[in-house]
Every structure is written in C-alpha cells, then in structure tokens.
Design a protein around this ligand. Structure first.
Ligand code: TTP
Ligand code: MG
Length: 361
C-alpha cells in the first residue's frame, strides 16, 4: 500500500519502508559456491593476465588489502597464495536472476541497481521490517547458498548506507532517531552522490567527515559542488526524496496513518476515512486508474491488525463510492480496543480505458 502520509502522524516502525540488499563479494562467492575446494581460502576474481584488474575479492582476500579495481600485479604481491579465478559472467547473471526471483516473491516493488544490488519498497507488507529482512536473507541463503547484507531505513540513501554497515551477512536498521548522530563520524566518501573528485576537493579544505560537512551552509555546498550541493545538504541530514524506479505497477494504492494517540471514537475514524477517500479518489483519477477492491485496515492498541474488504462488480474511483464502502467496512469491524492505525486502499486496479494494467498482463 502506498503511504501518502504526513510524517508527523507516523511512528518510527511505520517509516522503515525501504530495504537495500547487496550480495556479499558476489562473483567470488558464486565461485566458492560452485567449487567447494575454494571455501575458506582467499579468492580473487579477475582477468587472467597480470595486466588486468581485480573484479572482486572475497572477504578472506580483502584482509590482505585486495579490492575491486586493484591492478592484478599488486593483488598478487599482496596475496600471492590466493586462488585466482577468471570471471564467468554468464554464471553470475544466472545466479543474479535466481536472487531477483526470490526477491520478487516478497514484493513487486523492486528497483534493480546492479547485478547484485536492489532496493525494495516494503510498505505493502504487513510485517516487521526486520522479519522481512530476515526472511529474504534466509530464503536467498537457502536457495543459493550465498549471503547478502541488508539495510533497512526510510529512504534510499540510508538503506544503502545500512546494508554496507555490517558487511558481510549483516542486517542493519537506521531509524529516524539515529539521525544525525550515526552519520557524523562517517567519511564523506560514504555520501552517495559525492564522487572521488569532490571528496578530494573537500578534503583539501579540511572536510573529512559528515560532521565536518554538516557545518557547511547550503549556499556554500551549491557553490562548491554545483546543483547537487542541495541534495548533498539534505542527504547528510537524513533526507532523500528519491523514489524507487520499479518496472511494476503497484498492486494497490492506499493511505494509512498511525495516530499520535490511540482512539475508539467512531466519528474520528470516519473523518479519517472521509479524508482518505478524498485523497485516494484524487490519486486514482489523476493516474487514470479505477479499483474494484476497497480494503480497510485497522491496527489496534495490541498491534492486532484487522482488515475488511469488498470486491465490487464494477471498478470505481469516485469519492462518493469509495467513502460509502469505507463506512460499510468500518461498521463491520468490532472495535473492542482503541485503534492506533487506520488505512484505506484500493486494489484490483485497472487503467481507465478498462485495459488491464501491465501487472496483470
Ligand atoms: P559490489 O557489490 O560492489 O561488490 P561485491 O559484491 O563483490 O562485494 P561487497 O558487496 O560484499 O562489498 O559488486 C558486485 C559485483 O560486481 C562484484 O562481485 C563484481 C562486480 N564488479 C565489477 O565488475 N567491477 C567493479 O568495479 C565492482 C566494484 C564490482
Ligand atoms: Mg555486493
């Protein structure tokens, strides 16, 4: 369910909706997996000649200072006893596809960043983000024998930073209350969007850490880095509005809100549903979409989730229709405990010319 929520109404648990996954020493791990003799040894994948560069090295080899893009002759000096393996791109692509298939069993909202890296939007999944991360990591390990690192946060920048935190095989959450303290000691090299050249220029003027960079004004950063200075200024403050670029249409559109104070007041709940119906109708109409299923979700103060939904014979997107159904659904829920979260969504979506959206093709 897409959240069009106002952050002041949200609680932390509801904000951790972005996961970044990145396979550990991907090519080298595939080689180890395919050839058990390599297990436990330093493995370096790269061109076979001394003129080439290291494509990747496993974590044992990294202990000797070997890393991606290092000239092979230097790697051989640093770690002469490593197993040197030429790359097998086709095989890595095959394994990558397997990994992405597993990811897509969890959500269709996936942005593929590279062969071994993706962002997932988990707003739709009604589970604890940490449990989702554990499940994904476990499923990938079980089905491929490979480990990944997972970062959980509320935007892309922080989720990626988090996946890098405890590599290999780590899981890390960065929640809003950790910002900015957790970022301060980090090197500016960790800031997505700051390339090696910009980092070098910043270091020349005495800026090494994010804490140093936080002292710089927006104007200064724009002058120093150009247009991207605005983004960098926000990013180091934990702000990143980049949306995921997924090739799937959302299965549902919806809105939900966690109350600052739990309530049992039906009128208040109905008022929220009126507001949600209006927003939902606006968004459906703006996107030229109709929905056939309307779902009401409430979470009570014991964190128990109740949902009620109606699938209609026709597709709708007007405020009146949506609100009418929302009220019927609210009547169907017996409100025994106070409610802490309420949500309304439309699913079974089709575009307005009644052609099924690509998701259902
Ligand atoms: P990365 O995810 O950057 O590296 P990695 O998976 O080997 O190690 P880790 O994530 O644990 O730090 O890249 C994924 C794969 O892409 C990597 O296994 C090899 C390949 N690759 C290149 O071909 N060229 C490069 O410069 C880099 C960095 C990676
Ligand atoms: Mg990787």
């Amino acid at each position: 369910m897409k959240k069009i929520s106002n952050s002041k109404y949200l609680e932390r648990e509801d904000q951790l909706n972005i996961i970044h996954v990145d396979m550990d020493a991907f090519y080298a791990s595939v080689e180890e997996q395919d050839n058990p003799k390599l297990k436990g040894l330093p493995v370096i994948v790269g061109g076979s000649s001394n003129h080439g560069v290291v494509t990747t090295a496993n974590y044992q080899a990294r202990k000797f200072g070997v890393h991606s893009a290092m000239p092979m002759f230097i790697a051989k000096k640093k770690c002469p006893h490593a197993c040197y393996v030429p790359g097998r791109m086709k095989r890595y692509q095959e394994v990558s596809k397997r990994v992405f298939d597993i990811l897509s069993e969890h959500t269709s909202l996936i942005e593929k960043v590279s062969i071994d890296e993706a962002y997932l939007d988990i707003s739709d999944i009604d589970k604890d983000p940490l449990d989702i991360a554990d499940e994904i990591k476990g499923a990938v390990f079980e089905k491929t024998g490979l480990t990944m690192s997972v970062g959980i946060s509320y935007n892309k920048f922080l989720a990626k930073l988090a996946s890098d935190w405890n590599k290999p095989a780590g899981i890390k959450i960065i929640s809003p209350d950790m910002i900015p303290d957790i970022l301060k000691p980090l090197s500016i090299k960790k800031v997505h969007g700051l390339g090696p050249k910009s980092c070098k220029r910043l270091e020349e003027i005495g800026i090494y850490t994010i804490e140093d960079l936080l002292q710089a004004s927006k104007d200064f950063l724009v002058e120093f880095l150009g247009k991207s200075g605005i983004e960098i200024y926000d990013r180091i403050r934990g702000i990143d509005h980049r949306e995921l670029t997924t090739n799937r249409v959302r299965k549902s559109l919806g809105i939900e809100r966690t109350f600052t104070k739990d309530t049992k007041d039906r009128e208040k709940l109905e008022n929220y549903l009126r507001e949600f119906s209006l927003d939902l109708s606006d968004e459906l109409r703006e996107k030229n979409i109709h929905g056939r299923t309307i779902t009401l979700k409430v979470k009570d103060s014991n964190f128990k989730v109740h949902t009620r939904s109606r699938t209609l014979i026709t597709h709708i997107n007007s405020f009146d229709d949506i609100f009418e159904i929302a009220r019927v659904l609210l009547d169907e829920i017996e409100i025994l405990f106070k409610i802490r979260l309420i949500g309304l969504s439309a699913s079974n979506l089709i575009s307005s010319d009644l052609k099924q959206l690509s998701l259902f093709d």
